[in-house]
Design a protein around this ligand. Structure first.
Ligand SMILES: [Zn+2]
Length: 388
């Protein structure tokens, strides 16, 4: 799910279209910013929750949607609600936690800090919602699955830091592999995504070329198709004529059988040809475009993405056979992305070289360089298109 299925909590607004499950799409800007400030004050121990509630009422003129000041108990409830760090339980008390799709007010770490300040323990929720990459990586030493866990570090000043580590489950006995912090793991994943990244200029150049090729091929295929269809119709007419000839006694029974046998075989062959040509009119250009889009956008998307589920999706699309060994992640890049992995460093090199040029000049020079580069040419000839 991901959409909060209840009226929007303080600081958020429901969309006007309440019929579609009361979706929340936006912040309630003023209340959101004020609440964030109040949360920070409590978190940094600038004041306690009671004092913060008073400041909200008297100094910030914070009002609820009904125009009344926020009750102390309400503020306390908001402070401890994990919803504000982007997760919620639905139905309440069910133990099913969901990741919200809306902008969180605070990070999960800040949420835990507030709970620590208030002397409350973090609310447990199932792991599957917390760890994006469990169940998809394997240990390079013993072959077991890679799992994750949270660890706390208490500082002398009372602050608590939370870290997520990934490590081998070591279910098959001795394994000497160390654990890796999620930040380092994500840094490596981002690095892998960068290896296939292409600039927007190259994307549009490649698409123009592919569309041109596709049009040419479609034209050729239509010609071939109409030839096959013509031959097939002729074959059907010949069979009809044979029957007439036999009926009027022009040919003997034996002659008829021989000729019919040959013609039926020919008709079948043509029928198969037509089907085959038809099957090849698949949408290869659509698939190529999907990969080019991914290569252009994935890097930024992965960096900006907050949803664990979306991050996982990007990694799944990038490749398979994820092995973790000595704190190093290796990935087999997806076949469909291999040509882009070859093209990416070339394109980046060209862009770096032409960087000093002015816009109009640069555009022309870029396209010129693309179309003369043997690696990019090989890529577009053999890989982004299916083999014929
Ligand atoms: Zn292991």
């Amino acid at each position: 799910m991901g959409w909060y299925p209840c009226p929007a909590p303080v600081g958020y607004l429901n969309t006007p279209d309440r019929s579609k499950g009361m979706k929340i799409i936006k912040k309630d800007k003023k209340r959101f910013d004020q609440l964030r400030k109040l949360f920070e004050m409590v978190m940094r121990k600038e004041c306690n929750a009671v004092e913060a509630a008073r400041i909200a009422k008297d100094e910030m003129s914070f009002r609820m949607k009904n125009g009344k000041p926020m009750a102390r108990s309400t503020f306390y409830r908001l402070l401890t609600d994990p919803f504000y760090c982007g997760i919620f339980e639905y139905p309440k008390g069910s133990g099913n936690w969901h990741e919200g799709k809306l902008p969180a007010m605070i990070t999960e770490e800040e949420h835990h800090q507030i709970l620590a300040v208030l002397g409350r323990k973090g609310i447990a929720r199932p792991r599957r919602h917390r760890f994006a990459y469990t169940g998809m990586m394997f240990c390079g030493e013993c072959g077991c699955g890679i799992t994750a866990e949270d660890k706390e570090k208490h500082q002398k000043n009372g602050n608590v830091h939370y870290y997520t580590y990934y490590h081998c489950t070591k279910k098959r006995g001795v394994c000497n592999q160390p654990c890796i912090e999620v930040k380092e793991l994500e840094r490596q994943i981002a690095e892998e995504i960068e290896k296939i990244e292409i600039p927007a200029d190259f994307h549009s150049w490649a698409m123009t070329w592919l569309k041109h090729e596709h049009k040419k091929e479609t034209g050729e295929r239509n010609d071939v198709m109409s030839n096959h269809q013509g031959a097939y119709n002729a074959s059907v007419r010949k069979l009809d004529a044979l029957i007439d000839m036999r009926a009027s006694g022009e040919i003997s029974e034996e002659e008829y059988r021989n000729k019919k046998f040959k013609e039926v075989r020919e008709k079948k062959r043509l029928h198969a040809l037509i089907n085959d040509t038809d099957a090849r009119t698949d949408d290869w250009i659509g698939k190529a475009e999907e990969m080019l889009d991914f290569a252009r956008d994935a890097s930024t998307q992965y960096r900006d993405e907050e949803s664990l589920r979306e991050k996982k999706k990007i990694l799944l699309k990038l490749g398979s056979n994820l092995i973790l060994k000595d704190k190093k992640l290796s990935i087999d890049t997806a076949n469909a992305l291999l040509p882009l992995k070859k093209a990416s460093p070339e394109v980046k090199r060209i862009h770096k070289r032409l960087e000093p040029l002015k816009d109009e000049e640069k555009q022309k020079a870029l396209e010129d360089s693309y179309s003369k580069n043997p690696i990019l040419l090989r890529g577009r000839d053999s890989n982004l298109r299916p083999t014929r």
